[in-house]
Design a binder for this molecule. Sequence first.
Ligand SMILES: [Zn+2]
Length: 280
Amino acid sequence: MKNQNVNLNKVYNLSRVPEGVYSIDESGIVNLYLILGEKKAMLVDTGMASGNLAGVVSGITDLSVIVVNTHGHCDHICGNYQFETIYAPEKDLKLMKTFSNISLRIIAILKNLAKGQGPKYSTIKRNNRKPVIPFGDGAVFDLGGRTIRAFEIPGHTRGSVLLFDEQNRLLFSGDSIQRGQMWMFLKESIPLASYLESLKKVRDIVIKSSIVFPSHTESFAGTEVVDELINGIGNILNGTATGDPFRKFFIEGRKYDMESCCVIYNPRRLFAERREGFNL
Ligand SMILES: [Zn+2]
């Protein structure tokens, strides 16, 4: 690490994880990851920007940094404005416009951070939108000595991606595969059957990974969760399992618990695309 005395703004907690990767925990809300190559560094997501993230990153490395977003939600993209080169999943570009809205960002920061953490209200009021370079399935990011490949995994959002470090078999899974709650009930989530197809498509990559780094829970071995999700969702879709009622953000869903994770889904949108709601 370049400088051990990085000012973490009371917001960011830094830890070194294997193979030249740093985990940056933003107030226990979201994990961001900095992957160091020989020529470039990649920052996986930028969180809510409740502090000086760019300062934290430049305290770790002098390498030029590219940002790659795993999907378009507020808690993953709002710090983009602090960086110069930003890649974003092409199928989430519209969603990003919605979720980088300044009001939503202020609500997310004020609601999630403990009192005294994060920026003053007045400093949050700035334009945090910046041009992005869209990317899609199979995109390869060459960091020098390590390549990161993107795999689309439509489900949580239409444009969600997994980012796979091919040399080190590390997988950065965003909100698409993790222990704990898998949110598939949101208005911008796609039908559960489509998420199941996505999981089957990426299963080999997940199994191949030595460690999976998700955005909201601890890292884990991929085999633990992916087959559980595939089996559990299969049971929901064939009618042999059903979840308990669940409600968040004024949206009704059902929560189905498995051994190490659970899926929250919309029982009215198991197979078909919705015909109403957000047009994202
Ligand atoms: Zn998300």
